[in-house]
Design a protein around this ligand. Structure first.
Ligand code: C5P
Length: 216
């Protein structure tokens, strides 16, 4: 199958050199792309700025901002069978990007006006065909399960992978998978490579199920 994966953080530039971002390293997303490739799938990885080695074995699209990621994912989504949204997309961006580098002397106080970025996976869920699988991630610190289940429903996903902030940058992860059909797997602590294989296998199972349904 054709799998589209998003990975890494996004950067939302304030001026020519400063930006808003987060601590995502992209490791889980790259592990997913490698697991999908190794399983024989056709992979496209849309990734934000990361230190990960650029892979040769599958298609990658490098983006910087959430809007660029939205555009790239929107272009690729119609032809994919499954989207696994692992990117830590910035929820907000500065309303405007200042040209040049903002000078310290320019103001004693500064208010940054932020506007919301599109929710990429939710937008794709709204555009999906009945034969496309969507899997999201939820990084939650508190009331984690409730928030993960809420996101699963609100974003209309087939499954959501819950993990904890402590997994950022680590080789291991602890995941719990919640499926839209009510099934649940985990929590499981394992290397990200093993978690990635598990999630790719889940995408295969979900797609097989969708394909077994009668046409609408
Ligand atoms: O709402 P929250 O950011 O916690 O949701 C996480 C899930 O939604 C992840 O799958 C992430 O890749 C996706 N997401 C997105 N676009 C955004 C925010 C999150 O695709 N703007």
């Amino acid at each position: 199958m054709k799998i589209l994966i998003t990975a890494g953080p996004t950067r939302e530039y304030i001026d020519a050199v400063r930006y808003l971002s987060n601590a995502s390293t992209g490791r889980m997303g790259y592990a997913l792309a490698e697991a999908a490739r190794a399983a024989g799938h056709q992979v496209t990885l849309v990734h934000g700025p990361t230190q990960q080695e650029p892979p040769q074995a599958y298609k990658t699209i490098a983006v910087t901002s959430a809007l660029e990621m939205f555009q790239a994912v929107g272009d690729e989504f119609p032809s994919c069978d499954a989207l696994i949204a692992c990117a830590a997309v910035s929820d907000y961006r500065p309303r405007e990007r200042l040209s040049g580098k903002l000078k310290r002397e320019a103001a004693r106080e500064l208010t940054l006006e932020l506007v919301q970025n599109p929710d990429i996976v939710q937008e794709m869920a709204a555009r999906r065909s009945p034969r496309q699988v969507l899997i999201g991630f939820a990084l939650e610190a508190e009331s984690a399960e409730d928030h993960a289940r809420d996101k699963l429903q609100r974003k209309r996903l087939d499954a959501i992978v819950l993990n904890a902030p402590a997994t950022i940058g680590s080789d291991e992860t602890t995941i719990t998978i919640f499926r839209a059909d009510g099934r649940r797997e985990g929590p499981l602590t394992e290397p990200k490579s093993a978690a990635a294989r598990r999630i790719v296998a889940l995408a295969e199972v979900l797609l097989k199920h969708l394909r077994s349904l009668p046409p609408e």
